[in-house]
Design a protein around this ligand. Structure first.
Ligand code: UDX
Length: 429
């Protein structure tokens, strides 16, 4: 098929490249001139496993091109909108990029084509967009949310757990199903608003699962139980499942926090108070603050204490620090008077402008931890788990605290080395 993709951000670039790889012809619209230049040279503007090679292959196939504006008149089968929907200060999703793209499309459309909305938009948005922009136009509207994880986006594109298609008309829905002819996954064809709701409900459920296990972990600490065994025992029930039961410092990233807030706002705006979701968001914020309080208690105060923070990215194998727990934790420790040294294998440059200027950036884990009274693991990078902890212990200072904020380090080994170990929902050692 002949496809235009509006927005060469994270989802757009992955979608465009994967669609070309499946044999489609794609024109990708990107307004940022600097990004456009890089993309036309075959340089990816996002950090993603496999994207550099895929992008080069796509460009040399001649079926992918990047342009600065939607061609007029537009003659394609499908237009995919993949622009961002960031948070407004109220928590609502900022739909200005969506409106912009819809206007461009309305102005360029002369021939029948299908608008496929991949951006995450609150329930009810698609129906409103149709009313506002496409009432008497050749454009049909389909909501087709994506569930791509950062770092696994290409793999997730080809092996999704489901394909969700929301259309006014079944025939249009069927056409979009053909777009994914080479993907083997259950397909749900429903109405537009239900498809939009599936995306938010999935994210809301996953964040609820994370906050739930974090609350159970906090309870484990109070009751002297062990979260590792508890989570395993709970997750083996097939009705619950083992995924997303890793207790720790909570969720961050470019999707979960903003989508949780946007759903809460959207529900309230429709007259419904989504209390469970509100509690989930609050627990996630509290989890970061609680970590700082526990550390303060263990250290007997923060003022003048040297603390190494390991990991700034919101999860391992990414340079993304958006809404990462590291940012809040660094601020709170700095405010408490601690002397901080931070290290992350990939996210230092992105984090630097977001952190207080008093924080020192170390070139590796060993320089970060030298002379530290305490080490806090915030992101479970492999290189932290595999580090030489004996060497680290030798160069640290009393009381040799290690706060494992992701329950990822070898607890018994660290205790045997003489560390004072604290995890999340694990017994103190
Ligand atoms: C997520 C969704 O998984 C994806 O479907 C959606 O499209 C976008 O948002 P991503 O942001 O890449 O993807 O992150 P993910 O790997 O799902 O992890 C999100 C956060 O939750 C991370 O901060 C992670 O540390 C945290 N998490 C995850 C936990 O704290 N505990 C868990 O058990 C799982």
């Amino acid at each position: 098929m002949n496809i235009a993709v509006i927005g060469a951000g994270y989802v757009g670039l992955v979608a465009a490249s994967c669609l070309v790889n499946s044999g489609h012809q794609v024109t990708c619209v990107e307004i940022d001139e600097a990004k456009l230049r890089l993309l036309n040279q075959g340089t990816s503007t996002i950090e993603e496993k496999g994207i550099d090679q895929l992008l080069k292959q796509c460009l040399s196939s001649g079926r992918l091109s990047f342009v600065s504006a939607l061609p007029k008149p537009l003659q394609v089968d499908i237009v995919m909108i993949t622009v961002g929907t960031p948070s407004l200060p109220s928590g609502a999703a900022d739909l200005s990029y969506i409106y912009n793209a819809a206007e461009q499309l309305r102005d360029a459309a002369r021939h029948p084509s299908i608008l496929v909305m991949k951006s995450t938009v609150p329930p009810g948005t698609g129906v409103k967009l149709v009313q506002r922009y496409f009432k008497n136009s050749p454009i049909s509207y389909v909501a087709n949310p994506e569930f791509l994880r950062e770092g696994e986006a290409i793999e997730d594109w080809y092996h999704p757990s489901r394909i969700v298609i929301g259309a006014e008309d079944n025939k249009i829905g069927e056409r979009i199903r053909q777009l994914y002819f080479d993907i083997d996954a259950p397909v749900i064809i429903t109405d537009i608003t239900s498809a939009e709701t599936i995306k938010y409900a999935a994210n809301a459920f996953l964040v609820t699962k994370i906050s739930f296990i974090n609350e159970i972990a906090n309870l484990c600490e109070a009751a002297d139980a062990n979260i590792d065994d508890v989570a395993r025992g709970v997750g083996l029930d097939p009705r619950i499942g083992p995924d997303f039961l890793r207790a720790g410092l909570g969720y961050g990233g470019s999707c979960f926090p903003k989508d949780a807030r946007a759903l809460d706002f959207s529900a309230l705006n429709k007259g419904y108070d989504f209390r469970l979701l509100k509690a989930t968001i609050e627990v996630n914020t509290k989890q970061r603050i609680l970590a700082v309080h526990k550390l303060k208690q263990l250290l007997g105060g923060l003022a003048g204490k040297e603390i190494a923070l390991l990991g700034l990215a919101f999860k391992p194998d990414t340079d993304d620090v958006r809404e990462a727990p590291s940012l809040d934790i660094a601020y709170l420790l700095d405010e408490g008077g601690a002397k901080l040294r931070v290290y992350d294998p990939a996210a230092m440059e992105n984090a630097r402008p977001l952190l207080p200027p008093s924080i020192a950036f170390a070139p590796d884990i060993y320089s970060a931890t030298a002379g530290a009274n305490a080490v806090v693991l915030i992101t479970e990078w492999r290189e932290f788990i595999d580090a030489d902890w004996q060497a680290i212990k030798k160069q640290m200072k009393e009381p040799y605290i290690i706060f494992d904020g992701r329950n990822a380090l070898p607890q018994d080994k660290l205790i045997a080395l003489g560390f004072k170990y604290m995890g999340v929902g694990r017994r103190l050692g």
